[in-house]
Design a protein around this ligand. Sequence first.
Ligand SMILES: Cc1ncc(COP(=O)(O)O)c(C=O)c1O
Length: 448
Amino acid sequence: MRAATPASDTPAMPTRSEMQFARIAETVAGGESSYSRLRAGGQLVMEEAAGARIRDADGATYLDYCGGYGVNLFGHAPPFLLDAVRDVVDRIGVHVAYPHRLAGEVGELVVSLVPGIEQLRYAASGTEATQAAVRLVRAATGRDLILKFEGHYHGWADHLCTGLGDGSASRPARPDSLGVPAAALEAVWVLPFNDLAALRSAIAEAGERLAGVILEPAAGSGGLMRPTPAFLDALLAEVRAAGGLVILDEVMTGFRLAPGGAQELLGVTPDVTVLGKIVGGGFGLAAFGGSRELMRLEAENRVVHGGTTSGSPVALAASRAVLTRLHGEPELYEGLEATSASLADGLERAFADAGVAGHVRRVGSMLQPFFSERPDAEPGSLAEVAALQDDGLFLAFCDALEARGVIGHRYPLGRWFVSLAHTPADVEETVAAVGDALRWLAEGSASG
Ligand SMILES: Cc1ncc(COP(=O)(O)O)c(C=O)c1O
């Protein structure tokens, strides 16, 4: 394997990655099957992955902080997970669609780890699980109106495909995509985050229509905005007092920030919790759950929730392998926190050494470099957090870093994921590459 080398200014022959990507894009629209992975410019096509590294079609290796978009808490291709999956495949194949004991075993693990879940249902993606959670909340309350927040992502389904941009707060919500009918969002309102006055006015205006509220505990696609304690406490108390239910979308934070997710750290128990990503160890598995009483609506089949492959034994085998380790080795989180903190410190040192204005926003093992000085106060709203990022510099930085063998999510308000496979040596290598990329950027902007 050879390391990636910095790009030169001379026009080059297309790389294998570029040629393969062009071929993929002949049949796959845009070359990617998720809008969030589409990006301008050259494309890396991956060939192999293990631990913290991936290798592209040209043989260049990269330290990876995308982590399969957050599913790979143990890094790429962890042997214990693959063994567990092989064992199930050998015994029953891939999918049987009858109950299998793994469903109960994973259920027991989730219930023992996640405070807000007494019973759950499996789904095949986070988008499906948030959809099911919203339907459950509407069914349980007999009401229709859902509140969501600017910059909080809950998947791409019609009824939640709204409110990602700064200034998108509106009642009713406005579609984020062509093809989403306004009617699908008539019963969704988007509110600015951490704005208690806006929340209170929405609750009052909604009256008997209020079914519930959905939020992320740390907005993984919204610059890692977090609720202030006062906002979160008031939200839980006042939405419930108005007869609504609270959905905590822990698709990204679940099993990442702590064994019991962000709710364990925050000391809050939502009415419905949504899980995804890590819970499936990379397979298509997500879950939603809450109290037994609430989940009776599912048990009695009074709300519709389905899926041909939801709760597939292969995904459950991966899930059991991951959750068994997290259950039995909670000290893993101390190591993850130490690695993440040392990476954030190193990146901030690199900014300072290169003389580039920058800081790192971090929530546990989710972190993002921002091209501005650290503000005096924690940004509360999407507008405040977006103002901290220089999108152009961030994307130029991603390019420079990729050429130096380090890759992460290219969304300016996204985040890198640190995994348990990242070592202190990887952190050192990353900090050196970041320092080099920043110096190169600083020289470029000084000469340009
Ligand atoms: C917080 C959150 N909710 C929901 C989703 C949607 O999950 P999926 O991509 O599995 O449909 C995501 C995906 O990134 C997410 O981050």
